[in-house]
Design a protein around this ligand. Structure first.
Ligand SMILES: [Zn+2]
Length: 145
């Protein structure tokens, strides 16, 4: 996969949300803002998945030289991993869009506090506040991750 193909992502280009003073957290406008980001991101990813699938199909050549075959297999595995990652991310995005629809978006899954607009803009699929995220990463490390 050529890095040159990488386009500017919606995650780098959207306009940050500016809440009015005293504005309620996750009101209709805020939910609409994040729904828009997530839907654009999803569309972007699905186009990427299409490209990966096309690559995989084009790559099915039979090389006589074992070295060429090995190189091809490496590329193949890399693309499969990419595709797997994309698929998992898409699933996560879909779940996040569901949580917006259910008016359940933007609050920490573990402790219930507001995750915060800026954090969600940096990571729209976040389900934990910074503290709980840090804690869960520490636990993962202790479990020998
Ligand atoms: Zn939390």
């Amino acid at each position: 996969m050529a890095v040159a193909e990488k386009q500017e992502s919606v995650l780098d280009t959207f306009k940050p949300y500016e809440p009015a003073p005293g504005e309620e957290y996750m009101n209709e406008q805020q939910l609409a803002h994040f729904r828009h980001i997530l839907l654009s991101w999803k569309k972007e990813l699905m186009e990427e998945v299409d490209r990966t699938v096309r690559h995989l199909q084009e790559d099915v050549n039979n090389y006589a030289d074992p070295a060429d075959r090995a190189t091809q297999e490496e590329g193949f595995n890399l693309e499969l991993r990419t595709r797997d990652r994309e698929r998992k991310l898409l699933k996560k995005i879909n779940e996040t869009i569901d949580s917006i629809d259910e008016d359940d978006y933007g609050f920490c899954e573990a402790c219930g506090v507001e995750i915060g607009i800026r954090r969600l803009e940096a990571r729209p699929t976040a389900t934990l506040c910074v503290d709980c995220k840090t804690l869960s990463e520490l636990k993962e490390k202790q479990l020998g991750g």
